[in-house]
Design a protein around this ligand. Sequence first.
Ligand SMILES: N[C@@H](CCC(=O)N[C@@H](CS)C(=O)NCC(=O)O)C(=O)O
Length: 219
Amino acid sequence: MSEFIVHTIPGSPFARAVLATLEEKGQPYRVVPIAPGGLKSEPHISRHPFGKMPVFEHDGFSLYETQAILRYLDRILPSPALTPADPKAAARMDQVMNISDWYLFQGVGNVIAFERIVKPVLMGGTADEAAVEAAMPAAHTVFKELGCLLGGQDYFAGEAMTLADLAVSCQMGFLAATPEWAPLTAANPNLVAWLTRMNAQPSMQATTWEKVSAMAKAA
Ligand SMILES: N[C@@H](CCC(=O)N[C@@H](CS)C(=O)NCC(=O)O)C(=O)O
């Protein structure tokens, strides 16, 4: 029987996208926790030379970079398909996944969610208000663009959920818990409705921070 392992610290939105994809595929998996402060040292640094999470393993095949992992899972576990067959819809999915990594996480999520949630909850610090404020113009641009791309569709690439919805919802879930969510979504109620739809998915319900923490404790 194949073994699927995800190395992460509970709470990582990138790891959650991998876990939610495994859940969508109905594939059992194991969460192996990375020791606190262990990202940049052995044994993790040998698995991921850039010292990030998650790292994925399938029967000895080790892979990092979340998009690569999500696409690998969609290729080897084809049902249900999480990539559209239509080339234009697939390109939209790819575009939104890159927006998620490059503009939603970098400079927005990794500042606002870090300052508002990770720093106070995990590090006992207080938010750097100036850093949050400085991130808001880029955040508004990302939300406006994602709101536009979603438009009146149920999901980013059309009427079926794809890898893009899983990637973005895991990042946005964090931002939804910050005071910045209301101003960021004021002009984009479609994003709020979409996130509510995503959060109701069994795959998202199964991979909340609390649930992943419990999986990590049981490992
Ligand atoms: N490009 C990587 C990004 C992963 C990433 O940035 N993960 C964050 C956690 S959500 C991380 O490892 N942060 C710890 C650090 O930067 O030291 C991917 O797609 O997997």
